[in-house]
Design a protein around this ligand. Structure first.
Ligand code: ADP
Ligand code: MG
Length: 213
């Protein structure tokens, strides 16, 4: 049996066509079912539905053999014990710094002023501002980062942006791109070593489905 961890929502929706072309169809939809373990058309493969930021943890500990995780989550949490053989090219967006439209970010950077940064991505934000030689106070949030500068909780946010629509709707602008983000196939390193005959064909068919084989 192979166990494949992924999150519902964006990643599941965009992974579904790749799974289909690799010959994998879940027997139920995670949106309509409350089950957290979904059977597939393949008796040797089941899906685990977990929180996006929990996918690497399940695969690192071997509770899942493989999974799909955003590059944002992997950068934030590290990828010890994982191999990342395929960039699936789905759930594309970028990690950016955003500020209120009226704020002159470059002036703040040049002045070397200390800024308050609200984000879910504490490690990524720390590394980014340290590399710029900027001093920051970090405020950890779990969602709706766009709100923080509007109510004086922070000066800037670090968050994922795709169209920029949410930023715009909240009077914010993107001022710096930190990195490009897409979802990666991740595999437990030990499982890949001990059961390559099981995991390699699946990895290869997903790479082909993503146009990367
Ligand atoms: P959660 O709300 O549990 O953090 P999301 O479904 O919002 O989960 O995000 C899951 C993953 O989808 C993220 O880790 C990221 O890789 C990707 N993602 C998030 N926001 C966007 C976006 N705006 N555009 C494209 N991909 C995104
Ligand atoms: Mg979200």
């Amino acid at each position: 049996m192979m166990t494949f961890a992924l999150s519902k929502g964006r990643i599941f929706d965009e992974a579904l066509p790749l799974l289909k072309s690799a010959g994998i169809s879940p027997l139920e939809s995670p949106e309509s079912s409350r089950k957290l373990i979904l059977a597939t058309n393949r008796p040797d493969l089941r899906l685990l539905i977990v929180r996006a930021s929990d996918v690497p943890t399940y695969v690192q500990y071997g509770a899942a053999d493989l999974g799909i995780a955003g590059a944002d989550v992997l950068a934030e949490q590290g990828s010890e014990g994982l191999v990342q053989p395929v960039d699936l090219g789905i759930a594309r967006c970028r990690m950016s710094v955003a500020v209120p439209e009226s704020l002159d970010y470059q002036a703040i950077v040049q002045r070397g002023a200390r800024i308050r940064v609200a984000t879910k991505y504490v490690q990524i934000a720390k590394a980014h501002f340290a590399a710029k030689g900027m001093h920051i106070d970090l405020i950890k949030l779990y969602g709706s980062m766009e709100l923080a500068p509007l109510v004086g909780l922070a000066d800037v946010i670090v968050d994922l942006v795709s169209t920029g629509g949410t930023l715009k709707a909240n009077g914010l602008k993107e001022v710096e791109k930190i990195s490009e983000v897409s979802a990666r196939l991740i595999i437990n390193q030990a499982a890949l070593k001990t059961r390559p005959e099981q995991l390699r064909p699946l990895m290869e068919s997903l790479a082909r489905a993503a146009g990367r084989g």
